[in-house]
Design a protein around this ligand. Structure first.
Ligand code: ADP
Length: 429
């Protein structure tokens, strides 16, 4: 009898679901966009109930397309946007505030307060993460401060907090399983990389009650089933944050193997084996825990990759669609000395400056929009070189003999070829 797996991919721009058979043939695939809320400049929020309803809708659509019933499924696998934080009521399942999205900068001052009080070193020591508004802890703190009475309710055990995987699993299992796993937990700035548990000292600094937080399990744990939502007790059998899922999907199972994603943001992930590795400017995290073993990874996140193309399209209106950038960039032999630094929301790896802002430099009277478009595409290449070089110079055992790439922007041949030329290695798409 054929076996079928349902894959769930809850992303930032939207939700996807697909059904594959045991030959990895995709039998059904559905996607739908998610409303982005921008309550103030630099803030990004999602409605957690919409995350759930859109996700359920695309699961049903993918099953319909595959002409399968939930009872035909063998297992469910989950991946999701990481770091985004949600707080909800244990009794009613109602979120008390929107999901504060990973890319949102609304908690820069929350993190600054922790660092000003002298906790920066401890945070970095315990979690591997350079304190930043990017991570979940500050988002939960923000929600507990923004909603009157929330702190007290959290202390009384009336509220639950988690990343998107925890939210989805709790709902899909009919509120039975309150869990997360290593790769997601390690991006919260509350997770201790050595003990692989929530760090009580850090929770005390953040004033986040531990009882709000889910149990952390290995990534291949069967955490429950979807009987309550789909009427068939199909197990949810794997869970990974999106970037680690990408690393796994590129078959980077051995230490030293890596992948680079060019999505809205860019992320370099390198498998580091069974021990965390520290490299200046990059962040160690958990890759996964599978088959009784753990793997760590080192990560270089770039906040603006494909996002820069969206800015050229939506705000500057220099291009009609992101893929047009390839043709325009090829119309001039060089940028003629123009550089675009896409620090729209600060600089991420390897520089970590939340106050840096974007710039276009080196323009002359002869600069045209072609040069600016080309400089924008080149910014993706040079940022990638920054994190690759940080990894190579900061470590004796990391080699990047080829760059395995994925993400929406890798359809751009100009981008991939220039990346290969600049790094001097093959780019494998
Ligand atoms: P995510 O999963 O992060 O939402 P995707 O991997 O789907 O993102 O990639 C979408 C991003 O890629 C968008 O920011 C878009 O601007 C960019 N993009 C898509 N196609 C191209 C292209 N041909 N050239 C450059 N950028 C592109």
């Amino acid at each position: 009898m054929a076996k079928y797996i349902l894959g769930i991919d809850e992303g930032t721009t939207g939700a996807r679901a697909f059904v594959i058979d045991d030959q990895c043939t995709v039998l059904g695939l559905a996607a739908s966009e998610l409303t982005q809320h921008y309550p103030r400049p630099g803030w990004i929020e999602h409605d957690p109930m919409e995350i759930l309803s859109v996700q359920l809708e695309v699961i049903r659509a993918a099953l319909r397309q595959a002409k399968l019933q939930p009872s035909d499924l063998t297992a469910v696998a989950l991946t999701n946007q990481r770091e985004t934080g949600i707080v909800w009521e244990k009794d009613t399942g109602r979120p008390i505030y929107n999901a504060v999205v990973w890319a949102s900068r609304q908690t820069v001052d929350v993190v600054e307060r922790w660092v000003d009080k002298g906790h920066g070193d401890m945070i970095e020591q315990r979690t591997g993460l350079i304190p930043d508004a990017y991570y979940t802890a500050s988002k939960i703190r923000f929600i507990l401060d923004a909603v009157p009475g929330a702190q007290e309710r959290a202390e009384r055990g009336e509220l639950l907090a988690g990343t998107v995987d925890t939210w989805l699993i709790w709902n899909l299992t009919g509120r039975k399983s309150f869990v997360t796993e290593y790769s997601n937990a390690s991006r919260t700035m509350m997770f201790n990389l050595e003990t692989r548990e929530w760090d009580d000292d850090l929770l005390a600094v953040y004033d986040i009650p531990r009882r709000m937080l889910a149990e952390i399990v290995p990534s291949d744990t069967i955490v429950g089933d979807i009987g309550a939502t789909f009427g068939a007790d199909v197990p949810i059998a794997s869970n990974l944050g999106d970037q680690q899922a990408g690393l796994f999907g590129q078959a980077a199972f051995a230490p030293g193997q890596s992948k680079m994603t060019y999505g809205t943001a860019g992320v370099l992930n390198i498998n580091c084996g069974e021990q965390p590795q520290r490299i200046a400017g990059l962040t160690p995290s958990m890759a996964w825990g599978v088959q009784g073993k753990v793997a760590y990874e080192i990560e270089g996140v770039l906040f603006a990759m494909g996002k820069t193309m969206q800015w050229l399209r939506d705000d500057l209106k220099l291009i009609h669609a992101a893929p047009d950038s390839e043709w325009y960039a090829g119309q001039v032999p060089s940028t003629d000395g123009v550089y675009l630094i896409p620090a729209f929301t600060g600089l991420s790896a390897p520089d970590w400056d939340p106050y840096a802002r974007a710039a276009i430099i080196g323009m002359s009277n002869a600069t045209t929009r072609l040069h600016i478009i080309r400089a924008a595409v080149e910014s993706m290449v040079f940022q990638t070189r920054d994190v690759v070089e940080a990894a190579l110079t900061g470590s004796d055992n990391i080699r990047i003999p080829e760059l395995r790439v994925d993400g929406g922007a890798v359809k751009n041949n100009f981008l991939c070829q220039l990346q290969a030329d600049v790094l001097g290695v093959a780019v494998v798409r």
